[in-house]
Structure formats: structure tokens, C-alpha cells
Design a protein around this ligand. Structure first.
Ligand code: EPU
Length: 456
């Protein structure tokens, strides 16, 4: 099988995937170079930050992924003009005419994204009100956005539940607040930052998330005129200012994508240079990669990752907030661990249900036991959280081709890796989800010598 993407399909990839199924002939090491651009989990928030000023913001290294298109659509319905700049991956965002959007429009553009919740602070500052559609299921219930709503209430926002979602208003404006997050949530930290920068007075945020993407968002806000200091022990102080201006910023690279390609190199016994990867933001991943036996070489323009040619070693990992091992890194790495010599354990402490992707791996021959309620183990760094799950992976197990279906973004990428690692042919369905966070993944696979065909 050769790697087959037609020109028409490649062109279509820039406006959303034109195929939903990929058939992969596994057993061939990935070899070559890939580029990673701006981080999905920074770029989308940086786009929302543009709403805080009436000027023009310039964001560089924006990847062509569907989550960016969702946020672009949401900004446009709120009156922001978004245009491509002269440099590839450059967006010009002009928030000079921000207006209220209709709940139905927001709902139609949001898809399954949680990003609308981050529009609250900026819209309350610009317009005095914000609508968040009911994104379905339990998402609008108290739990998944409770930290966000509690923080917004502390700033003086009034939250009103409507049958179709929630309406927020700020009859007395927004003022600085003491926000102590029950957990260092990435989204709730961003929510607090995006609200506090223009609230009157000082905000003290405790138990904040300090992921590199959050530090990059803080850098953007500082460029816009904000006064934010990051103190020890997860404390962030924000002195509100009256006005902010547009920013010019090159987005931090996507460390989740970089780690995904690194795991793909390891699982397929390959050798991949990830151009754009920066050591400083991947140190925890690099330590684990080395413990598993993977080789890497940090270079000025990126990091090369390769399989050592000898047996891989098992590891025990706990996912955690930064500077711990990211939850988004575990799914791709699990595939490599199926090839390690011994028993690996992954305690997932961030999400309650992030091992769904392992069912497909088991179908392909992996020996993975999922413990839905986690289990106690000596020398745990992270105390058990109520929502913890654990997976025990016993290797090495040869993987064989299968017909599998992508459950979510990171799990989806791990399915691609599994299909590339397996002997024989696999069909991976529902791959559209992968384009939410991986730019042109099919062209990158092609450049790395993967053998596959795509089905429209
Ligand atoms: N949580 C609550 N209540 C809240 C907010 C969060 O209980 O109000 C819980 C969540 O249910 C979860 C935990 O807190 O169990 C952590 O959630 P967090 O808010 O930190 O995550 P997030 O902001 O929703 C972002 C990334 C995720 C990444 C996590 C952790 C974006 C768009 N998403 O999510 O990325 O896994 O931080 O680093 O930035 C991905 O890229 O595939 C992805 C899922």
C-alpha cells in the first residue's frame, strides 16, 4: 500500500477533513521531520483575549485545526473581524465593533467546544452581558463549569440559568476578587485572568494552574497592557486596568502534538525530528520518554526522538497538572508501553474517564486492564483524587490490525499510532475528530513514510 492522499483531499484538509476513515498498513517505522506550530490550548484562548481590546491583535503560528475555526466563527458572530495576515498562520483580529450574538448563533458555532465559557469575562467588560448556550449533557451542570461560574460571581457577575443556557450580566461592573480554585483548573485560571485584567481593583487568584500555555496567555495580556504577577505557590495577582490594546504575538508551540509524534516514533520503532519543539516546556515528558528507553536529542530548531533499537522499559506514571505529566500525553504513550518489556501503570488523576481508547488497543492485542476507580499504590506523589482511574499495561504484546473507531482527540491519535505499529491493515474511523487538534496530520504521516489510504 502506498500513502494515498489526492491533491483534492489535501486541499480540502484546509477547510475541514474531507475524509472520515483512514486505512493504515502498519509495521513500518515513522521516519522524517514534522513541524509543530502554535498550541491549540493557547491559540484558542489568545484569540478570545483579542476581545478585551478595541484594537487589532496579530497572532502568529496559528495552526489550521478545527478548534481554531470554531473560535474564529464565535468571534465573528460577536463582531470581531478575523483575517489571514501575510505570513502563513498569521491571524489579524479586529475587535473594534464587538456586539451581542444570539444564543442560537452561538450554539450553532460552538459545536462540542467548551470555549464559549471563556467569552464571559471579555464580553461582560465589552457589552455588560454574555450568553452561554447549554452545551448539552452534564456540561452546563454545576460541576464541569462550577469553578468558572463561582469565580465570575466573585467578580460581581450575576448568573441566570435559562432553559437554553445561562445569561450573565454585571449590573455594577466587575471588581477585583479573591478566587481560590478547588483544583488548579486550566480553564478556570484562564477565566479568572481574562476577567480580572479589566476588573476594577486587585484580584488574588490562589491554586492557579501554571501550565506553559497559561504563562504564554499572561505574556499576551501583559503585551496588551495588563499588570499580572506570578507569585510562588500557585498564586497570581492581577491589578485591573481600564483599557487594553491589541497585541502581536507568536504562539507557544504545541507540546501535546510534539509529545504525540515522539510517542509515535517510539511505538513504531522510528526516528522523528519534531521541528519547533522546545525542551524547556517538555522536560517532564522527556524524563519519562528517557525512562521508557526512548532516545532524544535536543537541537536548536527542535527535538529528535527515536527508538533505541533495544527493549523498551515499563514505567509508573501519574498524570497531573503542570509541572506534572500531562493527561494529554498518556494516550499516545500507552501505545508505546504496549511494546515495553514488563508492567506499566498509569494513574489518571485529571479526568474521570480517559481510558476509553484502550478498548480498541485491547482489540488489537494489547494487554491493558483499566481500574475504573483507581487503586492505592505505595509512593504515590499525587494523593488519590475521587475521579481517579488507573490502567495497567503488560507488554510486550504484538499488535495486529483491526477496525477501530476514534473516541476523542488524544485517544484518536493513539489509535493512529496503534494502527501504524500493528502488523497488518487497520481501518480507523471517525478520524475527523483528530483534526480538532492536529494540523494536517495526514500530510505529516505521509511525509514520515506511513502507508495509508483515506476514504471519503
Ligand atoms: N473541573 C471542574 N469544574 C470546573 C472546571 C474543571 O470540576 O469548573 C474539573 C474537570 O472536570 C477536570 C479537571 O477539573 O476533571 C481539570 O479540568 P481543567 O479545567 O483543568 O481542563 P480544561 O481547561 O477544561 C484544558 C485543556 C485540556 C487539558 C486540560 C488539562 C483546553 C481547551 N483544554 O482543559 O486539553 O487536558 O486543560 O491540562 O485548553 C486536549 O487538548 O485534548 C484537552 C482535553
Amino acid at each position: 500500500m502506498s500513502n494515498l492522499i489526492t491533491d483534492a483531499q489535501r486541499a480540502g484538509a484546509s477547510v475541514g477533513l474531507t475524509f472520515d476513515r483512514i486505512t493504515i498498513e502498519g509495521g513500518h517505522p515513522l521516519q522524517g521531520d514534522v513541524d509543530v506550530r502554535g498550541a491549540k490550548n493557547l491559540v484558542t484562548k489568545a484569540m478570545v483575549a483579542s476581545l478585551l481590546s478595541e484594537g487589532v491583535s496579530v497572532l502568529r503560528d496559528v495552526p489550521d485545526i478545527s478548534d481554531v475555526r470554531v473560535v474564529r466563527g464565535l468571534l465573528e458572530i460577536h463582531g470581531v473581524t478575523v483575517k489571514e495576515g501575510p505570513e502563513p498562520g498569521e491571524l489579524l483580529l479586529d475587535a473594534g465593533n464587538v456586539r451581542t450574538a444570539h444564543m442560537r448563533e452561538i450554539d450553532a458555532h460552538a459545536g462540542s467546544s467548551r470555549i464559549p465559557i471563556l467569552f464571559c469575562g471579555p464580553l461582560l467588560h465589552q457589552l455588560g452581558e454574555a450568553f452561554i448556550p447549554d452545551l448539552g449533557g452534564c456540561r452546563i451542570g454545576d460541576r464541569p463549569i462550577n469553578f468558572h461560574l463561582d469565580a465570575l460571581r466573585k467578580f460581581g457577575a450575576v448568573v441566570e440559568k435559562l432553559p437554553s443556557g445561562i445569561r450573565l450580566s454585571a449590573p455594577n461592573g466587575l471588581h477585583g476578587a479573591h478566587v481560590h480554585l478547588p483544583y488548579p483548573s486550566v480553564g478556570a485560571t484562564e477565566q479568572t485572568l481574562l476577567t480580572a485584567v479589566r476588573a476594577e481593583g486587585v484580584t488574588e487568584l490562589r491554586n492557579a494552574a501554571i501550565e506553559p500555555e497559561i504563562m504564554d496567555l499572561i505574556a499576551i495580556l501583559q503585551k496588551m497592557g495588563a499588570i499580572i504577577s506570578v507569585e510562588p505557590n500557585r498564586v497570581i495577582l492581577i491589578e485591573g486596568v481600564k483599557e487594553l490594546k491589541g497585541y502581536t504575538h507568536r504562539a507557544l508551540f504545541d507540546r501535546n502534538e510534539a509529545a504525540s509524534w515522539a510517542s509515535a516514533a517510539l511505538a513504531t520503532r522510528g526516528d522523528v525530528f519534531v521541528r519547533g519543539a522546545v525542551q524547556e516546556h517538555m522536560m517532564t515528558f522527556l524524563n519519562v520518554f528517557r525512562k521508557v528507553g526512548g532516545e532524544f536529542d535536543v537541537q536548536e530548531s527542535g527535538i529528535r526522538f527515536w527508538h533505541p533499537g533495544t527493549a523498551l522499559k515499563p514505567v509508573v506514571i501519574e498524570t497531573d497538572v503542570h509541572p506534572g505529566f500531562m493527561t494529554d500525553w498518556q494516550q499516545p504513550l500507552v501505545v508505546a508501553l504496549t511494546q515495553a518489556d514488563g508492567v506499566s501503570t498509569i494513574h489518571e488523576t485529571v479526568y474521570e474517564n480517559r481510558f476509553g481508547f484502550t478498548e480498541a488497543l485491547q482489540k488489537m492485542g494489547a494487554d491493558i486492564r483499566v481500574h475504573p476507580h483507581g487503586f492505592a499504590a505505595p509512593n504515590r506523589r499525587v494523593p488519590r483524587r475521587e475521579l481517579e482511574q488507573a490502567a495497567v499495561i503488560t507488554g510486550p504484546t504484538p499488535l495486529h490490525g483491526a477496525d477501530i473507531e476514534v473516541p476523542d482527540l488524544r485517544g484518536g491519535f493513539s489509535h493512529l499510532i496503534a494502527a501504524l505499529t500493528a502488523e497488518g491493515t487497520s481501518t480507523v474511523r471517525n478520524v475527523g475528530i483528530i483534526s480538532r487538534g492536529y494540523e494536517n496530520f495526514e500530510s505529516k504521516l505521509q511525509a514520515l513514510g506511513a502507508r495509508f489510504t483515506v476514504d471519503v
